[in-house]
Design a protein around this ligand. Structure first.
Ligand SMILES: NC(=O)c1ccc[n+]([C@@H]2O[C@H](COP(=O)([O-])OP(=O)(O)OC[C@H]3O[C@@H](n4cnc5c(N)ncnc54)[C@H](OP(=O)(O)O)[C@@H]3O)[C@@H](O)[C@H]2O)c1
Length: 299
């Protein structure tokens, strides 16, 4: 296993996960550079100790001359940036990253892409591992899969090794929508309670990214799901949170979302067995109770 100390890490998309990754990598002695569209965020990242922060849209080439190629490590963790820029941020962003990497003096040693379990269409209680078809149940899932394929097809002259991390629903400090809804005392929540929630705590995601970056050279490019080890039904999670807060458990209105074209949320178990087996990653928050207990302890 290699170390981050003294290595150059470029983070594209310094949001919830990207900023936490930047802090962890700085603490581990890496030289961290980042890209964001947001000048205020850029100023905060510089104060936090990033060696360079460029303000630009990833899908453009405007930043290519400002961030030197040949980085040891690159992490692309941009999100959609809003409903109208889904393709621009994911597909356009990946195209731009790969064009930049190809122009560098040396290939990027390891590139990690934070994809999504939205690439899977499976439901009906299926256990979904990385060998499952990833055709995407929704147009947005298909766009993310398209950006995965771009990376999988990248030349080794641009990227020597890549990892695709298919993340489950992200939660953690300052991001806990269900808890917020319960604290607000809503008597009825939108959607259904019967499907399982596949969750991944922010800190476990950062640990998974670091495990990829520092994986021994003998471990080649690959895809890993990142989710906790015990998905539970949404009704169970809501019931537990309600009890923990001493409030009555709300009901569910059974509605579906336009985001999924009116289809119900899929009920499935995202398997994290492969990343545990290959990279030795273990979730610090193996179930929703551990994750929410840590959040309730601090906020
Ligand atoms: N949220 C989930 O539950 C979930 C589930 C599965 C996978 N994921 C994936 O996990 C990754 C990390 O998610 P997150 O929660 O950290 O997302 P986030 O908080 O929204 O941060 C992503 C960052 O990407 C930046 N960005 C978006 N489009 C950009 C563009 N065209 N150019 C430059 N920057 C751009 C955003 O804007 P600025 O910095 O410019 O403000 C934002 O800070 C993302 O790849 C996301 O797709 C998320």
């Amino acid at each position: 296993m290699s170390s981050l100390s003294g290595k150059r890490l470029v983070i594209f998309g310094c949001g919830y996960v990207g900023s936490a990754l930047a802090r962890a990598a700085l603490a581990a002695g890496a030289q961290v550079e980042g890209l964001t569209r947001n000048p205020k965020k850029a100023a905060a990242l510089r104060t936090a100790g990033l060696a360079k922060v460029v303000v630009a849209d990833l899908s453009t080439v405007d930043w290519h001359g400002q961030i030197a190629g040949g980085a040891d490590f690159v992490v692309n963790c941009v999100s959609s940036g809003g409903p109208d820029t889904y393709r621009q941020s994911y597909v356009g962003g990946m195209q731009s990253v790969l064009a930049w990497a190809a122009q560098g003096p040396a290939p990027v040693s390891t590139l990690v892409y934070t994809s999504s379990t939205a690439v899977y269409a499976q439901g009906e209680g299926a256990v979904v591992d990385e060998s499952a078809p990833a055709d995407g149940a929704t147009p947005n899932g298909a766009i993310i899969r398209e950006s995965e394929i771009l990376l999988q097809q990248a030349s080794v002259a641009a990227v020597r090794r890549h990892f695709i991390l298919r993340l489950a629903g992200i939660y953690g400090p300052d991001r806990h929508h269900l808890l917020d809804q319960l604290r607000a005392g809503l008597p009825v929540l939108g959607g259904s309670g019967s499907h399982r929630l596949n969750l991944a705590h922010r800190d476990d995601i950062v640990a998974a990214i670091l495990a990829c970056l520092t994986a021994p050279a003998a471990i080649g490019s690959g895809i890993f799901n990142v989710a906790d080890s015990a998905p539970a039904s949404r009704a169970e999670v809501v019931g537990w949170l309600a009890q923990r807060l001493g409030r009555p458990a709300p009901g569910f209105d059974g509605s579906t979302t336009a985001r999924r074209g009116g289809a119900p949320m899929p009920d499935r178990i995202i398997s994290n067995a492969r990343i545990q087996r290959v990279l030795g990653w273990q979730p610090q928050y193996p179930d929703y109770r551990a994750g929410f207990e840590s959040i309730l302890g601090t906020s």
